[in-house]
Design a protein around this ligand. Structure first.
Ligand code: B12
Ligand code: SF4
Length: 449
């Protein structure tokens, strides 16, 4: 008999979903990018249909579901969600679940691993399939459809998320990805094409590639770009600056050469991490600050979108030095800037170093979210860091930042596509607001092999 297995994210506390842009801004006049689905659980469900999944249930919904009786309850969680995960483990055991499993990045948290019967590290389709008597040859990419919202609840855009590779071996000291999956592997072109065709069928013309490191397999990335071109997608990716720099012109030219109005490369998200070269070297980032900035300038000069990830709270940082650095960061005028406080993530080299040299004092896992100082910093106190972050968010995202981005998008559309380009961008708004978000498509039909 097929085992009864329920996988769930942690429970949600309020009625509003986690909003990524809200976590990095202080202005109500901003874009909203709500987390409405769990990509990880959707990949698992798409490939192992016997699995039941719950995404961000309320605690009551979860408890009620437990009453149905399960051989296994699995929890998908991040580090800052550990307390909720622990509460859910207890509830599952009290309800008589046969076993309780841990997956996703939260499963790397060594101090709580003994609370689970099994720990799954890394991408888990292949590890899980035999439990259901399945074998997975080619991982199917599920549709992952999201939207960008406004404070007025008028959605601005609808887009499909795409993963093309998984894992990264680079080994930056602060990053958990090399612990989670250090051997990059690819999602097949067949699987990628199938989901792109599906997006297109639903009128979705914008694709965001959220690989940790798009381009870590260059040949595959080239083939993916060809597919995006074939489906006339507007697309962006998360990639290292050194790779991007070699590609910006090729991708931007592709857009112009084909004269296809607004389709093509639209922008990128890059880890700037810090403006001081010696800190990048300390972290083994293997990139030059000046090169990263140059890549951002190249993107901006071509009217492309820019997202930058930045870290504060290095041991040399002081309140005064951060004021200077953040002013420089704000002067880059990126569309979105994510600022995170250095947080030692379990099993990374930085975790061991900070633990040994300074000590991690904060036992409240909620604070291990990149927005709090959880270790004994030599110059900055935790409360001071909160003030610094507040101030920093206001610098990098002034209230008019959404207008700045909108002006870029519309003028770019006009520049490349004339009136047709402007119409196309207007169509994003109408498509995003007409889409059936409640009962819209969730999974592709499974083709049994
Ligand atoms: C996309 C992404 C986001 C998106 C999420 C969008 C969405 N709708 O889900 C956004 C932008 C919202 C986001 C926000 C944040 N993120 Co983020 N994000 C990522 C990213 C780039 C990809 C995650 C992903 O979806 N991967 C694709 C799916 C298919 O893989 P997956 O989720 O890992 O799932 C697989 C396995 O984990 C496993 N699995 C998953 N669940 C389960 C459950 C069980 C029981 C089992 C057995 C297996 C299993 O199987 C799945 C399929 O193979 C990762 C980087 C990375 N390297 O993965 C960071 C990453 C996950 N984020 C991270 C962080 C820190 C954050 C933020 C706290 C950042 C911040 N400070 O603002 C917030 C918190 C979000 C929150 N509270 O909900 C960290 C997590 C560190 C940690 N230990 O918790 C990561 C690893 C980045 C990093 N290297 O630091 N993020
Ligand atoms: S920060 Fe990026 S490049 Fe560095 S190890 Fe993590 S995923 Fe790889």
């Amino acid at each position: 008999m097929t085992p009864r297995v329920l996988f769930t994210t942690v429970y949600r506390k309020g009625s509003e979903p986690y909003d990524y842009i809200g976590a990095n801004t202080r202005s109500w006049f901003r874009f909203y990018w709500p987390r409405i689905q769990s990509f990880g659980l959707r990949f698992l469900k798409q490939n192992i249909p016997e699995l039941e999944i719950l995404e961000f249930p309320t605690l009551d919904e979860y408890r009620k579901k437990l009453q149905e009786g399960w051989d296994v309850v699995g929890l998908s969680f991040y580090l800052s969600e550990t307390h909720e995960a622990m509460e859910m483990v207890e509830a599952a055991r009290a309800a008589g679940a046969g076993e309780v499993w841990a997956g996703n990045y939260g499963a790397l948290t060594t101090p709580i691993q003994d609370k689970f019967d099994k720990i799954f590290v890394g991408y888990s389709e292949h590890q899980l399939a035999p439990y259901f008597g399945r074998q997975i040859k080619d991982i199917i990419h599920p549709p992952l459809i999201e939207y960008l919202n406004t404070p007025f609840n008028v959605k601005l855009n609808i887009y499909g998320v795409l993963f093309t590779t998984r894992g990264c071996p680079v080994g930056c000291k602060f990053c958990q990805t090399p612990v989670f999956c250090n051997k990059p592997n690819i999602l097949s072109l067949g699987s990628i094409e199938r989901v792109l065709a599906y997006y297109k069928e639903f009128g979705i013309n914008v694709v965001l590639i959220e690989d940790e490191n798009f381009g870590c397999n260059r040949r595959h990335a080239d083939a993916v770009v060809k597919l995006l071109d074939k489906y006339q997608m507007v697309w962006g990716c998360m990639a290292r600056a050194d790779y991007l720099r070699t590609k910006i012109d090729e991708w931007a030219n592709l857009r112009e050469r084909n004269g296809r109005k607004v389709a093509g490369f639209g922008g990128a998200a890059i880890g700037i991490e810090n403006l001081h070269q010696e800190r990048l070297d300390q972290m083994k980032k293997k990139e030059g600050t000046e090169d990263i900035l140059e890549t951002l300038r190249m993107l901006q000069a071509r009217g492309l979108g820019t997202v930058g990830y930045y870290m504060v709270g290095f041991e040399e940082d002081t309140k005064e030095s951060l004021r200077v650095d953040i002013k420089k960061l704000a002067a880059l005028k990126l569309d979105i800037t994510q600022i995170c406080v250095i947080t030692p993530l379990p099993q990374t080299p930085m975790w061991t170093e900070i633990q040994e040299k300074y000590g991690i004092f904060d036992q409240d896992w909620h604070h291990h979210d990149g927005k709090h100082l959880v270790w004994n910093h030599p110059h900055i106190k935790p409360d001071e860091m909160l003030d610094i972050l507040d101030w920093s968010f206001r610098q990098v995202h002034p209230w008019y930042a959404p207008l700045r981005t909108s002006a870029r998008v519309w003028s770019n559309a006009y520049h490349y596509g004339g009136l047709a380009g402007v119409k196309e961008v207007a169509a994003y708004i109408s498509r995003a607001n007409k889409f059936d978000w409640k009962t819209g498509p969730r999974f592709l039909p499974v083709i049994e092999s």
